[in-house]
Design a protein around this ligand. Structure first.
Ligand SMILES: Nc1ncnc2c1ncn2[C@@H]1O[C@H](COP(=O)(O)OP(=O)(O)OP(=O)(O)O)[C@@H](O)[C@H]1O
Ligand SMILES: [Mg+2]
Length: 255
């Protein structure tokens, strides 16, 4: 029998105390099976971005261990397997859309021809054709979000981490991004997504992890959570589990 594949992400006893003494994560454990789609929900300051930053080696962790497909997160293999779209839109203002993607490909060791082909594919997929040679400060907010996602996927990561990918995005683009993210998942990519839109988590994710105060409070399917908390909606679960009001629903569709 073939050996079972290791989880896409395994976090054990992860703690993070920032230099100013803020404890953002405490003895955090989480396992994300290969091919699954996990939503991270929790109020502002819960520790979601800190968790993601630890997985992506953007911060020094205080204690614990992070494995990506069985390899330490700081290994070259793990770095290549992960694609991150950060919460903050962090695009290089001196690069064009196409250059942004090509540089990213180069960073991950893609050959030039392959990177060019993949960049063209991403530009097509995210409807950025008209903007390929435009520098990033000249993009609209929604276009920047699309480019962030395209860049995260450029090197064909096995685990894609999306930190509030639809924040500040209009209804139409949100639906479009959902469609793309769904397709990615159907193709076998493991996805971890944070969002403040409960309906987004429910529509997309297999499972939802509720995080508060740097700790994991519950983790289950949306249905499992509703049963466990005897709640009718995910918003009720949120209030019961985390003790704070659920975030506002996204603005209704613009005409
Ligand atoms: N560089 C930093 N230095 C000190 N404290 C920090 C730093 N980054 C984050 N924190 C603190 O760590 C805690 C967790 O923050 P984090 O950004 O992980 O939350 P989050 O769940 O992503 O919130 P949001 O939903 O607002 O994005 C907060 O108290 C925050 O102020
Ligand atoms: Mg965050």
């Amino acid at each position: 029998m073939p050996a079972p594949t290791p989880p896409a992400l395994e976090v054990r006893g992860l703690s993070k105390r920032y230099d100013d003494g803020t404890v953002a994560l405490e003895s955090f454990d989480l396992s994300v099976p290969d091919g699954s789609f996990l939503g991270l929900l929790g109020p502002n300051g819960a520790g979601k971005t800190t968790l993601i930053s630890a997985v992506c080696n953007l911060i020094r962790i205080t204690a614990g261990e992070v494995l990506v497909f069985g390899e330490p997160s700081h290994s070259m293999a793990a770095r290549r397997w992960v694609g991150l779209a950060e919460q903050d839109v962090n695009l290089d203002r001196f690069l064009t859309v196409e250059e942004t993607l090509l540089y990213h490909g180069g960073y991950f060791g893609m050959a030039k021809a392959e990177a060019r082909k993949r960049a063209a594919e991403m530009i097509d997929a995210f409807d950025l054709r008209a903007k390929g040679r435009v520098r990033t400060p000249k993009l609209s907010g929604g276009m920047r979000r699309r480019l962030l996602l395209a860049r995260a996927l450029m090197h064909r990561p096995r685990l894609v981490i999306l930190d509030e990918p639809t924040a500040g995005v209009d209804f139409e683009l949100r639906v479009e991004l959902w469609r793309y993210i769904r397709r990615l998942h159907e193709e076998g990519t493991t996805i971890v997504l944070t969002t403040h839109y409960l309906e987004e988590a429910e529509a997309l994710c297999d499972e939802i992890a509720l995080i508060h105060g740097g700790r994991l409070h519950a983790r289950d399917t949306a249905e499992g959570l509703r049963e466990r908390y005897e709640a009718h909606t995910l918003a009720d679960v949120y209030v019961k589990a985390l003790g704070s009001p659920a975030p506002e629903a996204p603005a209704p569709a613009a005409a």
